[in-house]
Design a protein around this ligand. Structure first.
Ligand code: KG4
Length: 341
C-alpha cells in the first residue's frame, strides 16, 4: 500500500489531499480564496500567496487526522511546481520540502495542467494512452496530445483569452458576481429560446480551415460588449448568457473534431474549471455521439477546479516511475517548464 500527499497552491485555492495507491481518496481539503479576490474581480498574487501561507498548516493537520495517518506513513509528497503564480507555488513547494526533509520522503513535482487531466484516475481506470487532453480553465483553452504520464505535447492553444477568462469577463460586463462561470451558466439555463431564433453572435474563427486548430475568445467578448451597448435600456442577460455559451462551446466541439481528424486519437479527456458547466458537459456528450470517440471528464465538480487530489493522483504515477526531485527543485510560471529535475 502506498500513501501519497498532494499539495496544490498554484493560484487561488489552497488544497491538500491524501490518496492511497493513487486512487483511493482518504481526505481532500480545499480552501477557496474567492472571497478575498472578488472585490478585484481577479486573482491578486500577493493576496493569494499570503492566504496560502495562512491556511496550509491547518489544512494539512485536518487532512492527516481525517486520513488517520502520520507523516511518517507517507510514501511520497506530490506538489504542483508549475505553471502558476510563483509566490503561491513557493508556499506549497516549501511545505513539500519541509515534509521531505523531516521525514525522508521523496518529492514528486507535478505539472498542474497534467494533473487536471490525470484526475480521472480517481474515478475510474485510466484509459489507454494516447489521449487528447482538452483543458478548459481560468488560464487555459488548449488541447494536448497526452502520450503517457509526464509526456504531453501541445496541439492547440488559445490566441488570447482562455474560456474561463471569457466567462469571467463577460459576466463582469453583465454585472454578475466573480468568478462568473457558474452565474452565467445559471442565467443561460433560465433563458427560454424562442422558435427559430438566431444567434446574435458570429461563429468564432470561421476563417480557419480543417488543419488549423486554435482557440480565441476575445472576439466573442467584444461581440457581447457591442450587443450589450445596443441593448443598454434593458440588457437581455439570460439571452446573452445563453448565446455566449452556445458560441463558445461550439468552438470547443469543433476543435475536438478537428483534433481527432488530425491525430487519429479517439480518446478525449476533458478537464479544468469550466468542465463544472453542465451545458458544456452535455455539448461534449452530444459531440461524442456524433463523432464517435471515448470521452472522459471528472464526474465530481470538486475535481474540475484546482484540488490537491489531482496532484496526489498524478504524483502516484510519477512516483511509480521514480520521477523524484531534489529539495532544490524549482517552481515556474511557465507551462512548458522542463528543468524541474
Ligand atoms: O481550473 P480552475 O479552477 O482554475 C484556474 O484556471 O484558475 O478554473 C477556474 C475557471 C474560472 O474562470 C471560472 O469562471 C470557471 O473556471 N468556471 C466555470 C464554471 N465554474 C467555474 N465556467 C463556466 N461554467 C461553470 N459552471
Amino acid at each position: 500500500m502506498a500513501y501519497g500527499l498532494g499539495i496544490e497552491s498554484s493560484c487561488d485555492e489552497t488544497s491538500v489531499a491524501i490518496v492511497r495507491d493513487g486512487k483511493d481518496l482518504l481526505s481532500l481539503k480545499v480552501y477557496s480564496q474567492i472571497e478575498s479576490h472578488s472585490p478585484y474581480r481577479g486573482v491578486v498574487p500577493e493576496i493569494a500567496s499570503r492566504a496560502h501561507l495562512e491556511k496550509i498548516n491547518s489544512l494539512l493537520a485536518v487532512s492527516m487526522e481525517e486520513a488517520g495517518i502520520n507523516y511518517s506513513d507517507l510514501d511520497y509528497v506530490a506538489v504542483t511546481s508549475y505553471p502558476g503564480l510563483v509566490g503561491s507555488l513557493m508556499i506549497g513547494a516549501q511545505m513539500a520540502r519541509c515534509i521531505s526533509l523531516v521525514y525522508g520522503i521523496p518529492i514528486v513535482a507535478v505539472n498542474h495542467l497534467e494533473a487536471h487531466l490525470a484526475v480521472i484516475g480517481l474515478e475510474r481506470e485510466f484509459p489507454a494512452f494516447p489521449w487528447l487532453g482538452v483543458l478548459l480553465s481560468g488560464g487555459n483553452s488548449s488541447i494536448y496530445i497526452y502520450k503517457g504520464f509526464g509526456d504531453l505535447e501541445i496541439l492547440a492553444d488559445t490566441q488570447d483569452d482562455s474560456l474561463g477568462e471569457a466567462f469571467d469577463k463577460v459576466s463582469a460586463v453583465l454585472n454578475l458576481p466573480y468568478p462568473g462561470g457558474p452565474y452565467l451558466e445559471a442565467k443561460a439555463k433560465a433563458y427560454q429560446l424562442e422558435k427559430g431564433e438566431g444567434n446574435p453572435f458570429p461563429k468564432l474563427l470561421k476563417e480557419d480551415g480543417e488543419e488549423k486548430i486554435r482557440f480565441s475568445y476575445s472576439g466573442l467578448k467584444t461581440a457581447v460588449l457591442y450587443y450589450l451597448r445596443a441593448n443598454s435600456e434593458a440588457p437581455p442577460v439570460e439571452k446573452i448568457s445563453y448565446f455566449f455559451q452556445k458560441t463558445a462551446f461550439e468552438l470547443v466541439t469543433r476543435n475536438i473534431r478537428k483534433a481527432i481528424t488530425k491525430t487519429g486519437i479517439r480518446t478525449v479527456v476533458a478537464a479544468g474549471g469550466v468542465l463544472a458547466n453542465g451545458t458544456l458537459r452535455e455539448s461534449l456528450e452530444a459531440e461524442k455521439e456524433r463523432s464517435q470517440f471515448d470521452l472522459f471528464y471528472p464526474q465530481k465538480k470538486i475535481y474540475c477546479t484546482d484540488n490537491g487530489a489531482m496532484v496526489a493522483c498524478l504524483g502516484y504515477q510519477l512516483w511509480k516511475q521514480k520521477s523524484f526531485v531534489g529539495l532544490d527543485f524549482k517552481v515556474s510560471p511557465k507551462r512548458n517548464f522542463e528543468q524541474i529535475i
